[in-house]
Design a protein around this ligand. Structure first.
Ligand code: AMP
Length: 180
């Protein structure tokens, strides 16, 4: 199937299986739960293929904590690359490379191992479930670059179009399968 064919099929399956939860985790937030999309055999395959078709070239997939781990691993197998889990702070044994970012209330951090993998010169694509403001992906990109990688792009299943994530990440190419 062509890339466009995958994308149309993926968007229909995401729309069919997406679960929307009002006021979670805070009042006013419309939470996009992709759990039923990933749990459906056909949707998982089509979404994985559509994400992979959108990725121009990469040596490694970086999946963001936590649903990005699942999606990133599936995409990496399709692309024939390895996968790197970008963890939330405090989960990995030392030594770690860390990058902080600002949340609505307070700060958070993302971490990758500082030993055992060499990212120098590697083209890394960042994969996650939902792109909202782009703050998480931006922090992941800074983290990966600080380790010597080139971030070649971002691939997400769903994009919240009104929150400016795509613009915040410019000039990084962002592909998404579904925009709300
Ligand atoms: P952001 O840094 O604002 O782009 O937020 C992206 C991260 O927060 C992703 O890892 C998403 O899993 C999660 N996220 C943010 N907003 C939502 C939402 N409305 N529904 C589901 N997940 C969200």
């Amino acid at each position: 199937m062509s890339g466009a064919g995958y994308a149309a099929d993926a968007a229909a399956l995401i729309a069919a299986h997406l679960r929307e939860v009002a006021d979670f985790p805070e009042p006013g937030i419309q939470f996009k739960d992709l759990t039923p999309v990933l749990a459906d055999a056909r949707a998982l395959t089509v979404v994985t293929d559509a994400l992979a078709a959108n990725i121009g070239g990469a040596d490694l997939v970086a999946g963001l904590d936590a649903r990005g781990f699942l999606i990133g691993a599936a995409v990496a197998i399709r692309l024939g690359t390895g996968v790197l889990a970008v963890r939330k702070g405090g989960k990995l044994p030392p030594p770690v490379r860390s990058e902080s970012y600002v949340l609505e209330y307070g700060t958070a951090s993302l971490e990758i191992p500082a030993e055992g993998i060499d990212l120098t010169g590697q083209r890394v694509v960042i994969v996650d479930d939902v792109l909202a403001t782009g703050g998480t992906v931006a922090a992941a990109a800074r983290l990966l670059r600080s380790a010597g990688a080139t971030v070649s792009g971002v691939a997400v299943v769903l994009e919240l179009g009104g929150l400016g994530g795509r613009a915040a990440l410019e000039p990084l190419p962002v592909s998404s399968l579904y925009t709300t």
